[in-house]
Design a protein around this ligand. Structure first.
Ligand SMILES: Nc1ncnc2c1ncn2[C@@H]1O[C@H](COP(=O)(O)OP(=O)(O)OP(=O)(O)O)[C@@H](O)[C@H]1O
Ligand SMILES: [Mg+2]
Length: 174
């Protein structure tokens, strides 16, 4: 194992993935890269859940001047047809930064010496695979579920696609 990549959407399951990835990176003393794909095209319900997670929006808003209510109000409709407004983009970006920042702190707490963070946009699975490749990762860790609400699926669609398309080992954490 040379380099571990972990993908997080900020969900509880992704946090378990971060812990496992960090424990592996610490044990083998290899670098860890944390990646998050900004969800500009996601339904507003999922974004609102993301914003709620452990007051992500609250801590993110201390660092920026965004009103995070843009994610929970009627602005959700913005996602369906047109491009999201500038405020929505800023809010999602700030939350994304906060998500990777927390993962970084957690990984260091668990003893990883070298931690790097990345954010990307686009299709989540494709962006995860791109980030992992550019980081030089030989292991990708994901959660088996994320912020989605289709609990009937055994494995989330992003995790499924990463497992199907990755050239390297993928670990999905329960
Ligand atoms: N936007 C994202 N950025 C980074 N990692 C992500 C992102 N979305 C999902 N992941 C990774 O994939 C794992 C599984 O999430 P996935 O999205 O597949 O499940 P879900 O949200 O429950 O279902 P679905 O998205 O299909 O409704 C997450 O725990 C996380 O590790
Ligand atoms: Mg998802």
């Amino acid at each position: 194992m040379k380099h571990v990549f972990v993908a997080t959407d900020g969900s509880d399951t992704a946090m378990k993935a971060i812990d496992m990835a960090a424990e592996m990176a610490a044990k083998f003393d290899v670098p860890l890269t944390v990646g998050h794909v900004l969800q500009f095209a996601r339904p507003s319900a999922e974004l609102a859940r993301m914003a709620e997670i452990e007051h992500l929006a609250q801590s993110a808003s201390q660092k920026s001047t965004v009103d995070f209510r843009v994610l929970t109000g009627h602005s959700g409709d913005l996602f369906s047809d047109t491009r999201p407004s500038g405020d929505v983009v800023t809010a999602i970006t700030a939350i994304g930064d906060e998500i990777v920042h927390r993962a970084d702190a957690r990984a260091r707490e668990l003893g990883v010496r070298e931690v790097d963070t990345m954010t990307e946009q686009g299709d989540p699975a494709d962006a995860i695979l791109d980030m992992a490749t550019s980081a030089g990762a030989d292991v990708i860790v994901v959660g088996h579920r994320g912020l989605g609400r289709l609990k009937s699926l055994l494995l989330g669609s992003v995790a499924q696609k990463v497992l199907q398309h990755a050239d390297c080992t993928v670990i999905s954490v329960r």
